[in-house]
Design a protein around this ligand. Structure first.
Ligand code: AMP
Length: 448
C-alpha cells in the first residue's frame, strides 16, 4: 500500500517524501486510519516499528485545521532522548505545515521551554516530571488538548511515572482522543488503558523486526575476556554503527574508554553523563563520528540510529524483553542487522528464556584465532597497572536501581531516568548550552 491512500494534505505528503518514506510500515498501515478517524487506539508495538509516524502523521493532519499557537496535541514519553526524537519527527514531517512543536524535559534549563510555550505551540512532547513543573507554574495550559499520546507506557510504569502520568491525564479534557503505545502489557498498563481509553481499537504488531530482520549469535566467553573478545570482534563487523550494551553505567564508561584507547571510534551513553555530554555522544553516533556506542539499557532507550548494523550484548540482558528491546535497535525499518551476545556459564537460564521467546536456538560461535584460554593477567580487564584508590564506595550503583519515587529532587524532574538509591559519583554541573541548529529540545522548533 502507499501513503497516498491516507489522503494526507500536500504539506504533510511533502514531509513524508522529504524523509524518504516510500510505503507505510505495518503499524502505520493499521494505526493511521483509525487515528485519522478520531478513534482511541492502543498500539502494542516497539520503538523501531515506525510507530512515531503512525501517530505523528494523523495528528499533524488534524492540527492543520483549527486554532494555532495553543497546545492541542500532547505526547508523553519516558526519556528525554525519546521526547527529543518524537519532537524531531514532528518537526521533520510537519516541516511544511507551519505547526510548532516543543520538547519538554528535565536536565536542561527551564527558561527556553517557558519562552517557547509563551510564543505558542500546537504540539508538546514531554517527559512527565518537567511537564508537571510547567503545569504547576502555569506555563502551559492543557485544557485545549485534543489528542493525548502516552508513548512507551510500560517503560513509564517501570520508571515509576504512572502517578505523574495520571495527573497529566486529569489535566486534559475528558473528550480528548487518546493513543497509548506500549511494547508489553503488564497488568498496570491494562489498568491504565482501561482508565484513559474509550472504546479503543487495539493494533498489535507481533514481535517485530528482530525475528525477521536480525540474526542472532552467542559468543560463550569467560567474563575476564569480554573486552579482549570485543576488540577482536569489532574489526570483523564492517562499517556500520555498533551499539554495545553493558549492565552497569560504570562498565559502559570503562569499556568505551578501553576501546577508544585502542583507536576505536567509541563513545558511551550512560545515566551519569550531563545532558550536554549525552547529546554530544548521541549526535556523534548518529553522524557516524563515533562508530561504536557503549550504553546501558535505560540510557539507550529509544535510540534511533538507522544504520546500526550490530548490537552486541557485552552482558546478557536479564529478561527476554530486555533482549528484544536491545536488539530492536538494529534491523530497523526492514534493514538487516546482527545481534551478538557474550555469555558466560552463569547466563544459561537467561539464554534459554530468550530462545523460548525467539522460538529458535541461537547459534553458538567462536571467533577463529581468539585465545579463549588466555589467563586473566593477559586480558584487557587486567592489563593495566593497579588503579589508584577511588573516593567512591566499592559497591557502585547498578541501573536500574531500587524502586523509588522518581521525582525526589530537582535533578530527577522529567529526566526519564531513576537516580541511584546511593549517592552517584559527582557529576559535572550541567550548564545547558544551545546546539545549532536547534537547542536541545528546549525551544520550539518551527516546522519550517
Ligand atoms: P520509530 O519506531 O518511530 O522509532 O521509527 C523507527 C525508524 O523507522 C525511524 O528512523 C523512522 O524514521 C523510520 N521510519 C518510520 N516510518 C518509516 C517508513 N514508512 N519507511 C521507512 N522508514 C520509516
Amino acid at each position: 500500500m502507499s501513503f497516498s491512500e491516507f489522503n494526507f494534505s500536500p504539506r504533510i505528503a511533502a514531509g513524508i517524501d522529504a524523509l524518504g518514506y516510500e510505503q507505510p510500515t505495518p503499524i502505520q498501515e493499521k494505526a493511521i486510519p483509525p487515528v485519522l478517524a478520531g478513534r482511541d487506539v492502543m498500539g502494542l508495538a516497539q520503538t523501531g516499528t515506525g510507530k512515531t509516524a503512525a501517530f505523528a502523521l494523523p495528528i499533524l493532519q488534524r492540527l492543520e485545521r483549527g486554532p494555532r499557537r495553543k497546545p492541542r496535541a500532547l505526547i508523553v514519553a519516558p526519556t528525554r532522548e525519546l521526547a527529543e526524537q518524537i519532537h524531531q519527527s514532528f518537526v521533520a514531517l510537519g516541516a511544511k505545515t507551519g505547526l510548532r512543536s516543543v520538547a519538554i524535559y528535565g536536565g536542561v534549563g527551564v527558561t527556553p521551554q517557558t519562552d517557547a510555550l509563551r510564543r505558542g505551540v500546537e504540539i508538546v512532547v514531554a517527559c512527565p516530571g518537567r511537564l508537571l513543573d510547567h503545569v504547576g507554574q502555569g506555563n502551559v495550559d492543557l485544557s485545549g488538548i485534543e489528542v493525548l499520546v502516552l508513548d512507551e507506557a510500560d517503560r513509564m510504569f517501570d520508571m515509576g511515572f504512572l502517578p505523574d502520568v495520571r495527573r497529566i491525564v486529569r489535566a486534559t479534557p475528558a473528550d480528548r482522543q487518546t493513543l497509548l503505545f506500549s511494547a508489553t502489557m503488564p497488568d498496570d498498563i491494562k489498568k491504565l488503558a482501561g482508565e484513559v481509553l474509550k472504546n479503543p481499537l487495539t493494533v498489535q504488531i507481533g514481535q517485530p523486526a528482530p525475528a525477521e530482520t536480525v540474526s542472532h549469535a552467542l559468543y560463550p566467553v569467560a567474563q575476564h575476556l569480554k573486552t579482549t573478545l570485543l576488540k577482536a570482534l569489532l574489526p570483523t563487523l564492517g562499517e556500520g554503527s555498533v551499539l554495545v550494551f553493558t549492565k552497569t553505567k560504570h562498565r559502559a564508561k570503562r569499556v568505551a574508554e578501553q576501546l577508544a584507547k585502542d583507536g576505536f571510534r567509541a563513545t558511551s551513553l550512560q545515566g551519569n553523563l550531563s545532558q550536554n555530554k549525552r547529546q554530544a555522544a548521541l549526535d556523534g553516533f548518529r553522524a557516524g563520528d563515533h562508530q561504536i556506542m557503549v550504553a546501558t539499557d535505560i540510557a539507550a532507550r529509544g535510540i534511533d540510529v538507522l544504520r546500526i548494523s550490530h548490537v552486541i550484548n557485552y552482558d546478557m540482558p536479564d529478561t527476554p524483553e530486555a533482549y528484544t528491546h536491545r536488539i530492536g535497535r538494529t534491523g530497523r525499518a526492514e534493514r538487516t542487522g546482527e545481534a551478538y551476545t557474550m555469555v558466560t556459564s552463569e547466563d544459561e537460564a537467561d539464554v534459554r528464556a530468550v530462545e523460548r521467546v525467539l522460538g529458535q536456538r541461537i547459534e553458538r560461535r567462536t571467533l577463529p584465532g581468539f585465545d579463549y584460554a588466555m589467563p586473566k593477567a593477559n586480558a584487557d580487564e587486567f592489563a593495566r597497572g593497579p588503579r589508584p584508590p577511588r573516593p567512591q564506595p566499592k559497591q557502585r550503583p547498578m541501573e536500574p536501581v531500587a524502586q523509588g519515587a522518581p521525582r525526589g529532587g530537582a535533578q530527577s524532574h522529567g529526566q526519564g531516568e531513576r537516580r541511584p538509591a546511593s549517592p552517584p559519583p559527582p557529576r559535572p554541573r550541567t550548564q545547558p548550552q544551545g546546539r545549532a541548529p536547534q537547542p536541545a529540545g528546549s525551544t520550539a522548533s518551527r516546522a519550517r
